[in-house]
Ligand binder design. Sequence first.
Ligand code: NAD
Ligand code: 44H
Length: 505
Amino acid sequence: MNQLNAATLANLQPPADLEVFAASHLPERVIQFGEGNFLRAFVDWMIHRLNKQGLFNGRIVVVQPIADGLAGSINEQDGLYTLLLRGLQAGRIVEQKELISSVSRGINPYTDWAACLACAENPAIEFVVSNTTEAGIIYDPADRPDKLPPVSFPGKLTVYLYHRFQHFQGEAAKGMVILPCELIERNGEQLQAIVLRLAREWGLPAAFAAWVSEHNTFVNTLVDRVVTGYPREEAGELEQYLGYQDRLLTTGELFHLWVIEGPAALAERLPFAKTGLNVIWTNDMSPYRTRKVRILNGAHTASVPVAYLYGLEAVKEMMDHPVMGKFIRQVIWEEIVPSINLDREMLSDFAGSVIERFENPFIKHYLLSILLNSSAKFKTRNLPSLLAYYQQNGVLSEKLVFSLAALITVYKDGVIDGSAMKAQRAAGEFIMKDDLPTLEFCAAAWRDYDGSAQSAAKVAQAILGNTGIWGTDLTAVPGLTPMIAAYLYDICEHGIQATVAQLVE
Ligand SMILES: NC(=O)c1ccc[n+]([C@@H]2O[C@H](COP(=O)([O-])OP(=O)(O)OC[C@H]3O[C@@H](n4cnc5c(N)ncnc54)[C@H](O)[C@@H]3O)[C@@H](O)[C@H]2O)c1
Ligand SMILES: O=P(O)(O)OC[C@@H](O)[C@@H](O)[C@H](O)[C@H](O)CO
């Protein structure tokens, strides 16, 4: 079977339900840092939808942000890939198969940084999009403008913008619109602040900093869609059906929401709403962010360590499970939702829709992929709920605390292997990826556990007291250390299944 590319497509009779739209004539108008599943199933899909209706007429040049990436595969496929969106709409099964044609090419800046800078000279490329994970928007004091390319994403963007500034001699109209999609608080503002800091520390002219501030627009955005990536279990069957091999094949749910905090005039230049896409332009995205990160991501992060240790593999399986299904619903309705100080009805509607999305029978969202980097996720997604619940009620939220104990148990008996950990659950060994110092610290904290309640208390004391992991000393939260210690002991000595079964009843 041939690999998908323009030539393969030209000689193929695609299945009738695969929507194909030719876009190879359209100019590049967007530069995108990040080539992951999420952007391909979200922003690139949205631009594709705009193009189909003649509302944008532009393509995206994709830059891989780290040395190991997919630019080569993107080019082998002439930027083409298949997206499968599946779910229930008004009780009906809906499956949308689209051949996405909005990506023009991939650039690997580690082998061709000049190609990336050449884009900065193109006046038609006015938009920057990014998703470099939460690890991407960071200030790296060791980064340098003369590295080819700079190491960090903000470093690359600073040099990119400086090249544009120089090429167009600071012309106001050549400023860019920058839309980061990383799931960090006020992503646009944080990115702009790092760019300006690097510009200052690298001794770039003050006029450049002024141009960045006055003529470039960094917007804050919040993204929402469950993207499950390459469907490895059914890929063979799907490729037979499609008639080609597609290394970039991606799957996800139908639901999508992009909240953009930016000037109304921008909505005219990116007219997503005209195509029926769920894109909200607002002056204040914080309620959207709080509700999404605390309820949807928080529910994932609270339930996944428990469910994975329990022996389950995917979100839908967890939702259908007699014990774990109760656990996740209880943690959402009884602990997370009440801890958020926003309109009750809005929160309830959202929580209900999140549960329906998790029940989507057509996507397989692996727990292990959600478990990745759980310590940082717990800190930003669940700790605020745990602490707010305590402040409101004067007692600790049992299931959120239990989920923290389950997460701490994930690191028990772990052996560091390169930058990850070989970890253990009853069902066997697995690879736990997390921040390396956290993995090392937690593995060491468990070493003296001897099956006694006292040694469980020592583990709890050590791990909760590590401010580097949680951003605060959690042993200072009244009652938390003994409660975690008791759960650790129960999980280790009675097993997670018995412990969680008792908790949900
Ligand atoms: N998959 C989803 O359902 C989903 C939904 C909403 C938001 N997100 C967010 O999108 C991010 C990416 O998800 P994905 O599914 O596309 O993952 P992915 O693994 O397919 O892609 C990750 C991307 O991030 C880049 N990257 C990784 N580490 C980096 C680093 N240290 N510095 C710079 N770039 C780095 C990679 O090069 C790649 O482009 C996640 O961190 C998540 O927060 C994902
Ligand atoms: O993508 P992560 O690893 O940051 O978090 C795992 C999930 O919570 C996340 O992917 C959600 O499904 C997504 O944020 C929905 O929009």
